[in-house]
Design a protein around this ligand. Structure first.
Ligand code: UD1
Length: 367
């Protein structure tokens, strides 16, 4: 079969890596990069380090408002898919590239599949939640990471035979690189002792675009008793500068850095006292690595990470952030990894595609 993967943003490259490896072996695999992320360290660095095939097409969309970005992607993806005539399109995660990919496919009556289907924060003000809900409504195959994700899809009326509880492809990427992560010398290079620092990421619009929330988070973390390593998303770095917070971090506990490569970031994450983040995927990685996670959000679509005690929600509330940091080491953190978060996720996905070709068609709608 000719199978097209559509990716565009950093977390999607990580999810694509195990799928590319598996799909290349069994099918003709074509990669379309929308160009949503374009800086070297947000994009190419991941293709190089994770040994992902060069994208066959780069649409070079770049940044803009969500409407502009998604619209441009839809237009250019439509043209590209029309020429490629694939049997199946695969989209990943919850970004604007995910939504545009699924929409472009369904409008051309090309069957599509969603990797990481069924996660729900039930907060429709998040752009990612809109992307998840709409994508799952229009794809034919749903590859769910957890049982709760399966249940969310069933609750929304997706047919049982269209849902496959394959596990978490982000976890597979991590587990497959464990050897390289263990061998990384990044702690020595950065003069860090295991367990002596926290890792921070912060890029959600609800935190970065609200000056009060960004200030609450940064000023609270600037006073922690340990060092906070902060590889900042380019947009976050721009907001820190704009809001005058950059100067306040000078000489504080926060060490601001450019975005890091995958292996080095995971090595630092694995040896950290805790991870403080508003990312989705990092909550999962922390769980797999057995590192406590403090999430700078008031809700999460990764509910399993809360259930098993590996994660807590603190939003942008200084008191809650401080309390969560103080609770570290109290023994309350007993994370366990959900079922099927292993190195066979991509293989399960490809097997499900091969064994369910009858589902790869779009029924005509009768109005
Ligand atoms: C996107 C995803 C988010 C994901 C995140 C991972 C959507 C709606 N959001 O958010 O779910 O967690 O990626 O990083 O798709 N920029 C650069 N260089 C780059 C890319 C972006 O400087 O290589 C800056 C630009 O100023 C741009 C801004 O980041 O305006 C926003 O980028 P965009 O790709 O639209 O969304 P993210 O915030 O990265």
């Amino acid at each position: 079969m000719r199978i097209v993967s559509i990716v565009g943003a950093r977390p999607q490259f990580i999810k694509l890596a195990p799928l590319d490896r598996e799909l290349r072996e069994h099918h003709e695999h074509v990669i379309i990069h929308t160009g949503q992320h374009y800086d070297y360290e947000m994009s190419k660095a991941f293709f190089d380090q994770l040994d992902i095939s060069e994208p066959d097409h780069n649409l070079e969309i770049g940044s803009g408002s969500h409407a502009w970005q998604t619209g441009q992607m839809l237009y250019k993806l439509g043209e590209t898919l029309q020429n490629l005539k694939p049997h199946l399109v695969i989209v990943y995660g919850d970004t604007n590239s995910t939504l545009a990919g699924a929409l472009a496919a369904v409008k051309l009556h090309i069957p599509s599949a969603h990797v990481e289907a069924g996660y729900r924060s039930h907060d429709i003000s998040m752009p990612e939640e809109v992307n998840r809900v709409v994508t799952d409504r229009i794809v034919q195959l749903h590859f769910a990471p957890t049982r709760r994700a399966v249940q969310n899809l069933l609750n929304e009326g997706v047919e049982t035979e269209q849902i496959f509880m394959v596990g978490n492809v982000m976890a597979e990427s991590l587990l497959r690189h464990m050897d390289r992560i263990e061998k990384s010398k990044v702690l020595d290079e950065m003069n860090l002792e295991p367990g002596s620092y926290a890792m921070l990421t912060c890029h959600r619009p609800e935190n970065t675009n609200d000056p009060a929330r960004l200030r609450n988070i940064m000023t609270t973390l600037a006073e922690t008793p340990f060092e906070v390593i902060f590889p900042a998303h380019p947009r976050t770095a721009a907001y820190l500068e704009e809001s005058g917070l950059l100067g306040k971090l000078d000489g504080s506990s926060v060490r601001l850095l450019p975005p890091m490569k995958y292996i080095e970031f995971l090595k630092l994450q694995s040896q950290a006292a805790c991870v403080i983040t508003d990312s989705g995927g990092i909550q999962e990685e922390a769980l797999v690595l057995g590192v406590p996670c403090i999430t700078l959000r008031y809700n999460t679509e990764r509910v399993e990470t809360l259930d098993c005690g590996g994660n807590c929600l603190v939003g942008a509330d200084p008191k809650l952030i401080r309390e969560a940091i103080q609770a570290l080491g109290s023994g309350a953190w007993t994370g366990s990894v959900p079922e099927n978060w292993d190195t066979e996720v991509a293989a399960r996905i490809v097997r499900a595609i091969d064994e369910n070709r009858q589902l790869l068609r779009i029924e005509a709608q009768v109005f």
